[in-house]
Design a protein around this ligand. Structure first.
Ligand code: HEC
Ligand code: HEC
Ligand code: HEC
Ligand code: HEC
Ligand code: HEC
Ligand code: HEC
Length: 324
């Protein structure tokens, strides 16, 4: 079955190239015509092995057939967090795989990786294989988990395989909440190694971790937040702090930088400034080890070495902006 699916995926990707030129969503995701063949690339009406009439055992398995380390149906290898233009037999869209022109071979992907990232095994991931449902701060206090409304986390919890007006086909409704992230990057050719998110980027994360979305200035010292889990670092504000104007995109610390959301002027600190979306290989040691319990209380059971999807080792993210 796997081999059949793979062949089908390949034939499908090739067919797409002749049928449609570059779709804004990329690949087989959306922009369908009234008599499209696309549905048959992922669904069977009577003989599907997976739920939702899918040609794979699960949504995760279907995505990984094309986007996985062993997949051949997409250039974006999300397992290893790599853009592989070698999977693209004709650059920039001719085979349906858009993006080669703007993304070098072997560039690390913006989302990180589910198994490896930048050549090292991951230390934390969004476990999208359909086995977990509990998300921190999901309509409850920060530091407390509750199950998602739409069932266990999968690739399709965040992405719409049928395309979307949002950046990277992120769903318009996630976990029952509206999500609006403009696609402010790339023209016709995709750019999978430069972050250029619109200011709505935090709405993706807030859809499942709503209680982490604290946007009030001074919330780190505002005691009214004690009722919802404790004082909280603000998000969705300008990057300047305490009179300093350290731009983390250009004036990082020790050669490290962090991305901001494009807002025209005064780019914004969003959840994804500090966190990767898929998985990270950052180190988490000493006080920064997820399993370290300070003598003054614990926030919950976190495995040893868990790096909370952070972009940089330990608390490197703090130093990029505050440079203490
Ligand atoms: C790239 C693979 C892919 C293609 C192409 C595709 N689908 Fe889907 N579709 C999926 C996946 C994956 C799910 C299940 C999502 C989930 O787990 O929630 C799904 C779910 C659905 C559902 C049920 C949920 C919903 O969104 O209403 C319908 C109906 C559907 N697809 C119809 C279609 C039709 C019609 C086409 C062709 C125009 C099509 N699909 C093309 C992957 C695909
Ligand atoms: C928790 C939400 C979430 C889940 C779950 C998720 N993604 Fe993503 N994904 C994102 C976001 C957000 C981005 C945009 C990353 C950026 O540009 O910084 C993204 C980007 C991507 C990209 C573009 C390449 C890249 O890394 O930037 C692909 C391809 C992709 N995801 C596929 C998948 C597949 C396949 C799965 C399941 C194995 C999956 N995603 C699970 C949120 C998610
Ligand atoms: C038949 C092969 C195939 C399947 C199955 C498939 N994709 Fe894709 N997908 C592609 C191709 C081709 C692209 C274009 C970029 C590339 O080459 O990686 C793409 C692009 C994407 C992007 C980037 C969209 C953008 O705006 O640039 C995301 C996100 C994504 N896919 C998620 C998924 C998810 C989630 C699933 C499972 C529900 C899935 N894909 C299943 C082939 C596939
Ligand atoms: C569809 C719901 C959903 C969305 C959207 C979502 N998350 Fe999560 N998140 C979860 C679930 C469920 C878990 C716990 C299970 C797991 O680790 O996969 C989790 C775990 C995490 C963790 C802890 C990981 C660890 O192992 O330490 C962090 C950090 C996180 N999410 C940040 C984010 C950020 C940042 C975004 C936006 C880019 C985001 N989440 C979007 C559902 C979601
Ligand atoms: C992208 C830049 C950036 C990063 C990364 C960052 N900060 Fe901040 N920090 C700010 C800004 C801007 C403010 C002012 C926020 C406000 O308006 O309340 C701030 C405020 C603070 C405050 C004062 C809070 C208050 O309300 O009194 C503390 C303490 C702090 N940060 C610690 C940290 C720590 C610890 C880390 C790492 C986990 C970190 N910051 C990461 C930019 C950043
Ligand atoms: C300034 C950097 C920064 C920003 C911005 C940020 N986080 Fe975090 N996040 C961290 C750090 C550091 C941790 C590790 C635990 C800690 O120090 O609280 C973490 C941990 C988490 C966790 C794991 C559970 C926990 O509390 O330890 C989740 C979930 C999470 N963040 C979600 C989000 C969401 C959602 C947003 C945006 C609304 C966001 N984060 C914005 C730095 C950040």
């Amino acid at each position: 079955m796997k081999k059949f699916l793979l062949l089908l995926a390949l034939a499908f990707a090739l067919a797409l190239g002749t049928a449609s030129l570059v779709s804004a969503n990329g690949g087989p995701h959306g922009g369908y015509t009234a008599t499209t063949d696309a549905c048959a690339g992922c669904h069977r009406a009577h003989t599907a092995p997976g739920p939702r009439l899918l040609l794979a055992n699960s949504t995760y398995d279907l995505c990984i057939t094309c986007h996985g380390a062993a997949g051949a149906g997409a250039n974006t290898n999300v397992d290893d967090g790599l853009y592989l233009s070698t999977r693209d037999d004709a650059p920039n869209g001719a085979d349906g795989n858009v993006g080669a022109a703007n993304t070098p071979d072997n560039a690390p992907l913006l989302g990180g990786g589910f198994q490896n990232y930048q050549g090292a095994p991951v230390t934390s991931i969004h476990d999208a294989d359909g086995t977990t449902a509990a998300a921190w701060g999901n309509g409850v206090n920060r530091g407390v988990t509750a199950d998602l409304a739409e069932g266990n986390l999968s690739c399709a919890s965040c992405h719409d395989p049928h395309g979307s007006p949002n950046y990277r086909i992120l769903k318009e409704t996630i976990n029952g909440n509206a999500v609006n992230v403009q696609q402010v990057d790339e023209g016709a050719a995709k750019d999978y190694d430069t972050e250029q998110w619109g200011t709505g980027m935090s709405s993706v994360c807030a859809a499942c971790h709503s209680n982490y979305h604290v946007t009030t200035s001074g919330s780190g010292s505002d005691s009214t937040y004690l009722a919802t889990g404790g004082y909280a670092h603000a998000v969705d504000m300008n990057y300047s702090y305490g009179g300093s104007n350290v731009n983390p995109e250009t004036i990082g610390f020790g050669g490290y930088n962090l991305p901001l959301a494009e807002s025209g002027v005064n780019d914004r600190v969003v959840c994804s400034t500090c966190h990767l979306s898929h998985g990270t290989a950052a180190a988490a040691t000493g006080f920064a080890d997820g399993a370290y319990d300070p003598p003054f209380g614990t926030v919950g059971p976190i495995p040893s070495g868990d790096s909370a999807l952070l972009r940089l080792d330990n608390r490197g993210v703090c130093e990029v902006c505050h440079q203490k």
